[in-house]
Design a protein around this ligand. Structure first.
Ligand code: XIL
Length: 462
């Protein structure tokens, strides 16, 4: 209806222009403003129907429907014709325009007002620019914010190096301080990568956490195929622990002495080569050798940790871990517990994590959240990081950081993330983990862009 009316009106106007020019004395009409066109994030085209008597038009643009204040440059802006591009606008804002006709000094009343919303989205508030370690250091009860690293990432002056030094106050070797890369044979070692990592930490005032002296998944071939007696096998393990702890005494603040010694099914000891050849006391022996080596090297402050995963959701496993911990405590051999926390956006729950961690807190032990990452695609049901998962992940980061930050000062040590860039995470396509697809478990994306997860981490420190 409206469009038909405009067409007829316009045709009539044209036919008048063609033949009989209106008398100068004819009353100056009021223009009819029509819908805006060509709407973008920063501009639109205002339109109106020509008034035959008019020589020009005056257009007002405002963000208020009462036109209480006009946009700079668009108060009675003079236009010839029936359209003008309004430019220099902001995305996702509601604007209003209206038009008057002008003939000489004579000006008509205002047309109807047209409302138009520019496209795009309102830019979010800039992310909190605070660096993680800066904020953690400023807490009443501060703690280290750690990250897992690989030696080939530690190039001075690289983007990686810059982010690491800005954000993190502790490092853990992701694999290069495990037994298989270091131990090349009985009493022979390759220290190159481990030395580089430790030196990087020491040179830059970054705490170094040692990971891990004994782990069933990092047994070098020569030891896996060891043909000597069980007693000789134990001596090899003792020699390895002694040599590594001695080399890094005073340079490495803490060690995971034994990693993942409990199985997932029945909460028994995992059936590793160490259990098979050394018997159920092997965990205590390893801690004792580590302690002895540190003391002999003059480092009486070395912190010794037992480290494991999935203890918050697997209660049999949790119970067994605390049996091991109690035994180590009875022998004055353990300083803390590492909770790996390779979590998902759904699990574990807050209460599960708190209950688990609290069992170590009440024993007076240090708590290391030692390998934190939060999967969002464990069921391979998304092909990119959706906003919904992104926010769920942010909430989960916030939750665990908050849990950690609420710990008593004496129990705090470090909260370590297992890498900081999604594309460098061990999670995507991991066959051991049975993770079939891609994932985005960390704080930065592949281009060093901060994710909402990072904001969640920061908010957990509030
Ligand atoms: C993983 C590393 O991320 C991988 O790069 C490496 O190939 C295998 O080990 N629990 C641990 C860590 O204690 O050492 C593991 O790290 C992840 C699971």
């Amino acid at each position: 209806m409206g469009i038909a009316f405009f067409l007829v009106f316009t045709l009539l106007s044209c036919s008048k222009d063609d033949g009989n020019s209106p008398e100068p004395s004819a009353k100056l009409g009021i223009p009819f403003a029509s819908t805006a066109s060509n709407i973008t994030d920063t501009s639109f085209q205002a339109n109106w129907v020509l008034v035959p008597e008019a020589e020009s038009y005056l257009i007002d643009v405002s963000t208020s429907s009462s036109f209480s204040m006009m946009l700079t440059g668009y108060e009675a802006f003079v236009v010839q014709g029936n359209t003008v591009s309004v430019i220099g606008l902001s995305p996702a804002i509601n604007y209003y325009y209206r038009v008057r006709a002008k003939r000489g000094a004579e000006i008509s009343s205002n047309s109807n007002a047209i409302t138009v919303i520019t496209t795009g989205v309102i830019p979010e508030e800039p992310e909190d620019p605070t660096f993680l370690k800066v904020k953690a250091n400023a807490l009443a009860n501060p703690f280290f914010v750690g990250v897992a690293v690989k030696s080939n990432q530690l190039t001075e002056g690289s983007s990686y190096d810059t982010v690491l030094k800005n954000e993190f106050s502790s490092i853990t070797a992701e694999y290069e301080m495990k037994m298989n890369p270091i131990s090349t044979g009985s009493g022979s070692y390759n220290w190159v990568a481990a030395d580089k990592i430790v030196k990087y930490g020491n040179d830059n005032g970054i705490n170094v956490h040692g990971h891990a002296l004994v782990w069933h998944n990092a047994v070098p071939n020569w030891l896996a195929n060891f043909s000597g007696t069980d007693a000789e096998f134990a001596l090899e393990v003792k020699k390895y622990i002694t040599d590594v702890v001695t080399r890094y005494a005073g340079k490495v603040k803490s060690w995971d002495v034994v990693n993942e010694a409990v199985n997932d099914n029945d909460g028994g000891l995992r059936n590793t080569i160490f259990l098979q050849k050394m018997g159920p006391n092997y965990i205590k022996d390893c801690f004792q050798w580590a302690r002895d080596a540190a003391n002999a090297a003059g480092d009486t402050n070395l912190l010794l940790f037992y480290n494991d995963y999935a203890t918050s959701t697997n209660i049999n496993k949790q119970n067994k871990v605390y049996t091991i911990v109690d035994d180590l405590m009875a022998n004055n051999l353990i300083d803390g517990v590492g909770f790996q926390m390779h979590n998902t956006y759904l699990s574990p729950t807050k209460i599960q994590m708190e209950t688990d961690i609290n069992r170590a807190v009440v024993k007076g032990l240090k708590i290391h959240v030692s390998e934190l990452d939060i999967q969002v695609n464990q069921n391979n049901d998304i092909t990119y990081l959706t906003e919904e998962r992104n926010l769920a992940q942010k909430a989960k980061y916030l939750e665990i950081v908050k849990i950690y930050n609420a710990l008593p000062a004496a129990n705090k040590y470090a909260l370590t993330v297992w890498g900081f860039k999604d594309n460098e995470s061990w999670i995507p396509y991991n066959t051991d983990l049975n993770h079939p697809g891609n994932d985005w478990p960390l704080l930065y994306d592949k281009d060093f862009k901060l994710k909402s997860a990072h904001t969640g981490f920061l908010e957990g420190l509030n």
